[in-house]
Design a protein around this ligand. Sequence first.
Ligand code: SF4
Ligand code: SF4
Length: 370
Amino acid sequence: KPMEGRISDIGPHKYDDYFPPMIKKNFGKWLYHEILEPGVLMHVAESGDKVYTVRVGGARTMSITHIRELCDIADKYCGGYLRWTTRNNIEFMVDDEATMKALRDDLNSRKFPGGSFKFPVGGTGACVCNMIHTQGWVHCHTPATDASGPVKCVMDALFDEFDHMRMPAPVRVSLACCINMCGAVHCSDIGLVGIHRKPPMIDHEWADQLCEIPLAVAACPTAAVRPTKVEHNGEKVNSIAIKEDRCMYCGNCYTMCPALPIADSEGDGIAIMVGGKVSNRISMPKFSKVVVGYIPNEPPRWPSLTKTVKHIVEVYAANAEKYERLGEWAERIGWESFFKLTGLEFTHHLIDDFRDSAYYTWRQSTQFKF
Ligand code: SF4
Ligand code: SF4
């Protein structure tokens, strides 16, 4: 369909082409919203119109049959409209209460053959919402951990908190599979970050053939990469040298040069950060802080990671005051008490000196190693 005022036909249609009629009619004129029950929101517009939203948990990787079923439900109740949230939840919107109740009951009644919910209703308010996460081993080139695997295991362990609102405040958990963090982990209540702990390996046979060596040199933020000549199969070839004590294992050089793979089954793993948020409610937005420096990758069920995250959530839930986000609670009681209550070990890897001048601190330098 031609798009008025658009200078290109590349990319998705303008977002408001997809609005349900009721949303289009009241765009920019919403007065307030309430959470009626876990997973059900009601937005009220200046016109008096009401929109009821039923939110269900979704998986990041979905089969075609699963998506078709979602579309069939949207056709049946919502005029064919549905939306995905950034946390991989799916939202159905209707404009009367009776339809909302029928839709909610229908969604809750659909189960997988083993009896688990296909479309669990929840993810609102003071709950553990679905996890936002990145691509993982299959889809990206620099991951230090998987995404879908650990996310599935952690959410399985926290699922009872998805469809209740009995946490002190919202708990937002995120996972980024490397420190590039394309998953907003740096400002989540609990952030899981894949970390490498070894420098890239150098494939001298392919470095000159697969890579623009100057690009790999320029990609390194710590100037650890330099061009060199090495002996390979009896000849001198152009290649790369890495000054290992400067390397902070970020993987940027591998992004530029496939002859510098960094994934390593022993070196790679996950760090846990806590206490971040983007909300302005009660206190300013905060960055998360590292509280566990390293947990090994343990596919397929990541037991150590899952147990540690569940434990942090349980200690927070038992000790924080109502409305207190995890970081606000830790700051009120003091981080020392946070480590005492959770039983997590405090090591020098966790020293937070980020506020010191202009990044030139011990933790922000290449002297800092996991
Ligand atoms: Fe790729 Fe890193 Fe993003 Fe994971 S976090 S998808 S490895 S850039
Ligand atoms: Fe430089 Fe990062 Fe590559 Fe290490 S991993 S050599 S710090 S670009």
